[in-house]
Design a protein around this ligand. Structure first.
Ligand code: ACO
Length: 448
């Protein structure tokens, strides 16, 4: 199969959210800390009737219906998630309910887990399958689904929740440049979930930022090396139209892109002009380790990067700023923002993505876009995802109510024998919701 990649996408996030400005005041943080300091506008969260399973049922059903795809046409289903509801039974098996009902149980694939990277692992598995000798001609389907929640404290405003579904096939409008991939994987304790009785992670926030930037550097190095071997010329930021980053919070995305610009400066690549070179010259001799801690470098490189950031990154930031960290779905929600904002101007453009999962696993990879044929066209993907409308029709909760729901969910995590309030009044028609967990921990869902 040729030009394998994403041929259709849909996104779902809960309609329940809290404004960062209001949360900031409620938490007693200084004004601007969450909105400017972290760069976040709003945060979605699951109420007691939603979870990663209900969100994936919702988004898969919606994708199949809206693009007119027969469930029998799916031959592989891969899920990426780091939200553990069951240590054995995969989320994929819950989604099988949709396919069983149509008589299709011949579907390979299970869940992939490593922090925010699981969705990328799932995506690569599907793309590799369609490119392989075992492909049977049907579509692959990738689901990224997560609910990011943190204990009270500085990390709490970096939560979020969403599910994204991506249909994988040949002749894709969003095709993989499969030879252009650079990965970096290592053993660190920056963010992890060792306490199986709690949904909250253990997180060393500062370390996770440094690990993210170090992984970015390493991936970019391998990526550039592969590009140069393949194309016979040096890669620079100018060789891609847009850059999409995994987005724990927007400030880190700003720092990441600035870091790429600094990389181009040290590689003497063409994207940094004379004025930029002059501003960055004082930092040319810093060792790698020093450069991650140097605040003046951070400021200078963000300044030099600003016009390029506005052109190449800003259009990818809408959903992550409005919904928050969606873990595995975060990077693809950023990509969805790009399609939402720029779908008519993406023909023949290269887009570079950087996927990061704490622990750590990271890959930088490349996509080549073209308009494509209806229904699998960029403009139709944008209109089906309907991001603008979905963001607008949300319901803002006061922080007190958000905290109350977080407390209830702490109590419910890993629990059995309860029924939910079954209140689906805020959910859009077609949304799945949790009704009950019985005495055998079996979960039951209904569709609005
Ligand atoms: N106005 C404007 N900016 C402000 C204000 C204010 N009133 N107050 C603080 N800031 C700025 C700070 O200067 C800082 O910006 P900088 O990084 O450019 O210096 C930023 O806000 C954050 O404030 P800090 O005090 O440095 O950090 P804090 O202790 O609040 O923690 C952190 C922030 C580390 C991001 C925390 O929220 C966290 O641990 N989050 C989860 C970890 C995470 O997501 N890691 C990322 C990769 S792993 C993953 O995806 C899960």
């Amino acid at each position: 199969a040729k030009n394998v990649g994403i041929i259709a996408m849909d996104i779902y996030f809960p309609p329940t959210c809290v404004q960062q400005e209001v949360l900031e005041a409620h938490d007693g943080a200084s004004k601007g800390k969450y909105t400017i300091g972290l760069g976040q506008d709003c945060m979605a969260f699951c109420s007691e009737v939603e979870d990663v399973i209900s969100m994936s049922l919702t988004v898969v059903t919606s994708l199949l219906e809206k693009y007119g795809v027969d469930p029998k046409q799916i031959g592989r289903l891969e899920v990426g998630s780091e939200t553990v509801i069951d240590k054995s039974k995969s989320i994929k098996t819950f989604i099988m309910q949709i396919f069983e009902a149509c008589g299709n149980t011949d579907i390979e694939g299970v869940d992939s887990t490593n922090a925010c990277y699981g969705g990328t692992a799932a995506l690569f598995n599907c793309v590799n399958w369609v490119e392989s000798a075992s492909w049977d001609g049907r579509y692959g389907l990738v689901v990224c689904t997560d609910s990011a929640v943190y204990a009270e404290g500085p990390a709490r405003p970096t939560g979020g929740a969403a599910a994204i579904a991506m249909l994988i096939g040949p002749d894709a409008p969003i095709a993989f440049e499969s030879k252009l991939r650079g990965s970096h994987m290592a053993h660190v304790y920056d963010f992890y979930k060792p306490n199986l009785a709690s949904e909250y992670p253990v997180v060393d926030g500062k370390l996770s930022q440094t690990c993210y930037l170090m992984a970015l550097d390493a991936c970019y190095k391998y990526f550039c090396h592969k590009f140069e071997k393949l194309e016979g010329k040096q890669f620079s930021i100018n060789d891609a139209e847009y850059f999409v980053f995994h987005s724990p919070y927007n400030k880190l995305v700003q720092k990441s892109f600035a870091r790429l610009v600094f990389n181009d400066f040290t590689r003497n690549a063409s994207s940094v002009d004379e004025a930029g070179k002059e501003k960055l010259a004082p930092f040319a001799s810093l060792t790698g380790d020093e450069s991650y801690q140097n605040r003046d470098l951070e400021k200078a490189s963000q300044q030099v990067a600003k016009p390029l950031y506005d052109a190449k990154v800003q259009p990818t930031t809408l959903v992550p700023k409005q919904v928050g960290n969606m873990y595995t779905a975060s990077i693809y929600a950023a990509f969805a923002s790009l399609i939402h904002n720029k779908h008519s101007a993406l023909n023949d453009k290269r887009v570079i993505l950087f996927s990061y999962g704490s622990g750590l696993t990271a890959t930088m990879f490349s996509l080549r876009l073209r308009e494509g044929q209806h229904p699998f066209s960029l403009s139709n993907i944008a209109s089906i995802m309907n991001v603008g409308e979905k963001l607008k029709s949300r319901h803002e909760f006061p922080p007190e109510k958000f905290v109350e729901i977080m407390q209830l969910m702490e109590h419910r995590y890993g629990a059995k024998d309860f029924v939910t309030n079954k209140d689906c009044s805020l959910l859009a028609p077609g949304t799945y919701y949790l009704t009950e967990v019985d005495s055998m921990y079996r979960r039951f869902y209904a569709k609005k």
